[in-house]
Ligand binder design. Structure first.
Ligand code: UTP
Length: 426
């Protein structure tokens, strides 16, 4: 107890000392146990960093090479597709869905995957949409792709319950594995750790970059190796038209002999708030919109396109060796200013209307820097990207519904066209 109080004093967490005084013996013991596990030095360092300007001037930034899926020659496309298809048919492909986020902007109570998108009248849950995508691929390539779902401590039980209740939307249960990611405390603008309803320090998932170490520590990486998986697609839970099984992307990675690959879409305009691919000091990198100097954001290349115009859409592919490598590396933490409820000193629950606290997150794309090269395949926004991020406006359920329905409408028309073409041969 005394040690915990000393730590709290050093790091100016007097409100937690006061809280300890008010708790019964069991709750007190639980809180002390938690305090002893937290690296306060790290948290305060991350908090101090929120006050510092991000400096990128000394870095050498260059544009990155990519291939446009639409402009591949037939030979090239066929070669990629057949290489990708072969690996999938051999059972060397797995999918990871990162579903450990808090989804604060969407404001849905419950894990984001349990959000029902109002499509085709009846609506579909995001998890349901993902499952349909995987089931279709299984049918097409005559396989069952192992599916790993990353949850957080906060939403794991609810996610599991939801999937069980919905019978995994028909996905073979023995091929679905849930694993939890790590957490870090949330800190308010004065550097005080937030208190949760259960009278413990409030923690939240430590960003989607946590996927690599969590895959290893949870035993999922070993599971993949046992299943002889060679390639792992890692994507988010909140893109209603995410292509989790793209043979062209996979084949391109295999053909190019790279360890990582990613799908991009062209930036909608120079100032769209998305991260873009570049090479920094010779390594692949996604540079955040806030960190890209205005002049560079507007720079045009020899083809008249934005020089830094390939947006990262959370559609990434890693070889199993790449996952193993990154899982042992340190990924830096970024801070995100978010709305988080907490218990105040009088024991009242405060639900903020505006962002009030910092969440520390590592990002999946920071892993790219550990490699010399990446294969980037430019997709099409209307075919690849329908994000569900905000409650209203851009990237909201409304825009995602429109994109989703239009996409499937186009697919139907395409099928009819193929059918008619075949028919005309007879
Ligand atoms: P976002 O960065 O959009 O975050 O996640 P979010 O938590 O879903 O939403 P906001 O920012 O609170 O509104 C992109 C993807 O990464 C996953 C999310 O579940 C989503 O699929 N993610 C994010 C995690 O799995 N863990 C995290 O700690 C953060």
């Amino acid at each position: 107890m005394q040690d915990a109080i000393e730590i709290l004093k050093i790091y100016n967490q007097d409100h937690i000392i006061k809280l300890l005084d008010k708790l019964d013996e069991t709750k007190k013991a639980e809180l002390i146990e938690q305090i002893n596990k937290i690296d306060f030095h790290q948290i305060m360092e991350l908090y101090d960093n929120t006050k510092k300007e991000i400096e990128i001037k000394e870095n050498k930034i260059e544009s990155i090479k990519y291939l446009d899926k639409e402009r591949l020659s037939k030979t090239q496309r066929d070669e990629f597709d057949s290489l990708g298809e072969m690996a999938i048919r051999k059972g060397e492909y797995a999918v990871v869905t990162m579903a450990g986020g808090q989804g604060t902007r969407l404001g849905h109570t419950g894990p984001k995957g349990t959000f029902k998108l109002d499509v085709y009248g009846k609506g579909k849950y995001l998890f349901e949409i993902l499952t349909e995508n995987l089931k279709e691929a299984n049918k097409k390539y005559d396989t069952i792709i192992p599916w790993y779902i990353m949850t957080s401590k906060e939403n794991n039980d609810e996610t599991l319950e939801f999937l069980e209740k919905n019978n995994y939307f028909g996905y073979p249960k023995e091929f679905v594995n849930l694993f939890k990611q790590g957490e870090l405390p949330l800190v308010d603008t004065k550097g005080k750790l937030l208190i949760n309803k259960d009278m413990k320090i409030k923690e939240a998932s430590d960003g989607n970059g946590g996927v690599f170490s969590s895959l290893r520590t949870s035993g999922m990486l070993s599971d993949m190796k046992e299943r002889n998986i060679k390639w792992v697609f890692i994507g988010g839970v909140d893109n209603a038209i995410l292509k989790m099984v793209d043979v062209t992307l996979l084949g391109m990675a295999i053909k190019n002999g790279v360890k990582i690959a990613s799908k991009s879409v062209v930036k909608a305009n120079p100032h769209e708030r998305v991260g873009v691919f570049c090479k920094m000091n010779g390594h692949p990198k996604v540079i955040e919109y806030s960190e890209l100097p205005e002049k560079m954001a507007e720079e045009i290349d020899e083809n008249g396109e934005l020089k830094y115009g390939e947006s990262h859409i959370m559609c990434n592919l890693f070889s199993i060796e790449a996952i193993e490598k990154v899982s042992k590396e340190y990924l830096m933490y970024h801070s995100a200013f978010k709305k988080n409820s907490y218990i105040d000193e009088d024991g009242r629950e405060i639900i903020p209307e505006e962002p009030n606290s910092y969440k520390f997150e590592s990002f999946i794309f920071d892993s790219f820097e550990f490699f010399d090269d990446i294969a980037i395949l430019r997709g099409k926004r209307e075919d690849d990207f329908a994000p569900v991020k905000n409650k209203d406006g851009v990237d909201s359920p409304k825009t995602a519904k429109e994109l989703y329905e239009k996409y499937w409408e186009r697919q139907k028309c395409q099928k009819v066209r193929v059918f008619l073409k075949l028919l005309s041969r007879f």
